[in-house]
Design a protein around this ligand. Structure first.
Ligand SMILES: Cc1cc2nc3c(=O)[nH]c(=O)nc-3n(C[C@H](O)[C@H](O)[C@H](O)COP(=O)(O)O)c2cc1C
Length: 188
């Protein structure tokens, strides 16, 4: 029971943190995070999920700038109602230019025959995207245990095609990005 309570307390203490110190995350820690991610259950035992770490500052800043432009363009071409609803919200999708590391969670796309067989239920039954989401949660919890700050990001997926092109990803879906790094020390 004590172990269970400790574990539940760890789960409850995880938060999405968006401020990072300018400090490198070691390869050793990233390897552990990838192992944690890839130890999550995977639909069909297919090992279709991948976790790529991007730590090139200029690549991350470029993606953040592209996401900003893409969201701005989307809003510019939207109704007054959507502008009002989303105008302030999009900053949540584009803040990550300072993240030291971006984890890119991807999964192989379902074969075309699967989509033909199951139509709109194909993605859920194939389970690829759900598997990648479970891997992402493992990664977030491992990052939390390592003392890292981390935040899942789906908003920047507006530029998923650009990211796929930059990373040479074909027949894969980017399910989620995760910004991570050492937490910014709070000023007392
Ligand atoms: C699938 C998913 C996508 C998310 N996308 C974003 C995002 O684009 N930008 C962001 O700042 N936070 C994003 N978040 C983080 C949520 O805002 C955050 O988890 C939520 O506010 C609850 O806070 P907590 O994680 O600290 O418990 C995302 C979370 C999930 C699960």
């Amino acid at each position: 029971m004590n172990d269970l309570q400790t574990f539940c307390n760890i789960l409850r203490s995880r938060r999405s943190l968006r401020d990072f110190a300018d400090k490198r995350v070691s390869e050793e820690i990233l390897l552990c995070l990838r192992q944690a991610a890839l130890s999550a259950p995977v639909a069909g035992g297919r090992q279709d999920v991948s976790c790529l770490f991007i730590n090139d500052k200029s690549v991350i800043a470029t993606w953040a700038a592209k996401a900003r432009l893409a969201w701005q363009e989307k809003l510019d071409n939207s109704s007054a109602f959507i502008k009002e609803e989303m105008g302030a919200y999009i900053r949540n999708f584009i803040w990550f230019s300072h993240a030291p590391v971006l984890a890119v969670m991807t999964v192989k796309q379902a074969p075309l025959f699967w989509t033909g067989l199951m139509q709109e239920k194909a993605a859920l039954i194939f389970g690829g995207e759900t598997s990648a989401a479970m891997a992402a949660q493992n990664l977030l919890l491992a990052a939390h245990m390592a003392g890292l700050a981390a935040c899942p990001l789906s908003g920047p997926l507006i530029i998923a095609d650009d990211i796929k092109r930059d990373l040479n990803l074909t027949r894969r879906t980017i399910v989620l990005l995760i910004a991570l790094g050492w937490p910014q020390e709070r000023l007392r």
